[in-house]
Design a binder for this molecule. Structure first.
Ligand SMILES: C[S@@+](CC[C@H](N)C(=O)[O-])C[C@H]1O[C@@H](n2cnc3c(N)ncnc32)[C@H](O)[C@@H]1O
Length: 256
């Protein structure tokens, strides 16, 4: 078990246990960027548990061939169950299995998870985990998209990074998470930095004007146009939500 919690004795806002056969991947990620900052500031406690530590043989076997035949191997239920049970002794929260068969991860789920005091992330490998573990130990299954990667470690880190960005005090500038794509149902607007002219392309004049109201209006318009062109589904679902809310309010009014 590797525990990253720089400020011993200080209570982390979110305690995360990651169950994996490659704890080194998590250890490396914990050394960089937002996740490192979250650990150092005490907002995140990150613990990786190696499934091999819970194997029952000297060779630390964690996988076997699938019943019924077919290609690939499956993670054995025994060591994985013991590893999850050990994590549950230390971390309070749902056990989440990263799997292509889960609900598709998005900003709303990241927000929901950022409210929790902890969670346990289970990383599969090979063909996946024994279904009996899903039935007895897993509370939620989450996918990072409709494609398959070789293990759950990167999906777990994608989820964790998205959650940690939403924790108060983790990003340098509190407002930057609020301006990111999806936070208000839209994509972000385009960004520019120095120099004013690059390979013949100029920064839009309004951004140099110093007029903050105009700049804000321009950014909102750009965000709206980009969203309409690239992801019209986001606008459709936010107007559907708005009209549902209005209907709900009218229903409440009519009943008063
Ligand atoms: C090679 S994949 C197994 C894929 C599985 N046989 C299937 O087709 O659904 C090995 C592990 O990678 C992880 N994984 C792969 N793709 C993923 C995705 N899109 N989202 C979340 N986890 C994924 C899961 O933990 C999975 O158990």
């Amino acid at each position: 078990m590797t525990c990253h919690d720089a400020r011993q004795g200080r209570v982390s806002k979110v305690q995360v246990g990651v169950i994996t056969i490659f704890p080194e991947i998590l250890d490396a990620v914990a050394e960089f960027g937002t996740i490192r900052r979250a650990i150092e500031s005490g907002s995140l406690g990150l613990e990786s548990l190696d499934i091999r530590d819970y194997a029952s043989d000297r060779r630390r076997t964690v996988d076997d061939r699938p019943y019924g035949g077919g290609p690939g191997m499956v993670l054995l239920p025994g060591p994985l169950a013991s590893c999850i049970d050990a994590a549950k002794q230390r971390v309070d929260g749902p056990v989440i299995y990263l799997t292509p068969q889960g609900e598709r991860f998005n900003h709303a789920i990241a927000r929901e998870l950022a409210e929790l005091s902890g969670m346990i992330l289970v990383c599969g490998r090979y063909e996946g985990i024994d279904q009996r573990i899903v039935e007895t130990r897993i509370d939620r299954e989450i996918s990072i998209g409709d494609y398959v990667v070789s293990g759950g470690e990167f999906p777990a880190m994608v989820l964790l990074d998205a959650v940690v960005r939403l924790l108060p005090g983790v990003l340098g500038n509190e407002e930057s998470a609020l301006q990111d794509s999806f936070s208000n149902g839209m994509l972000d607007c385009p960004h520019y930095t120095r120099p004013e002219s690059f390979e013949g392309l100029n920064v839009p004049q309004v951004l140099l004007s110093g007029n903050h109201q105009e700049i804000q209006r321009w950014r909102e318009q750009q965000a709206f146009d980009w969203t309409r062109n690239r992801r019209p589904d986001l606008i459709e679902s936010s107007s559907r939500l708005e009209s549902e809310n209005e209907t709900d309010l009218n229903t409440v009014d009519n009943h008063q």
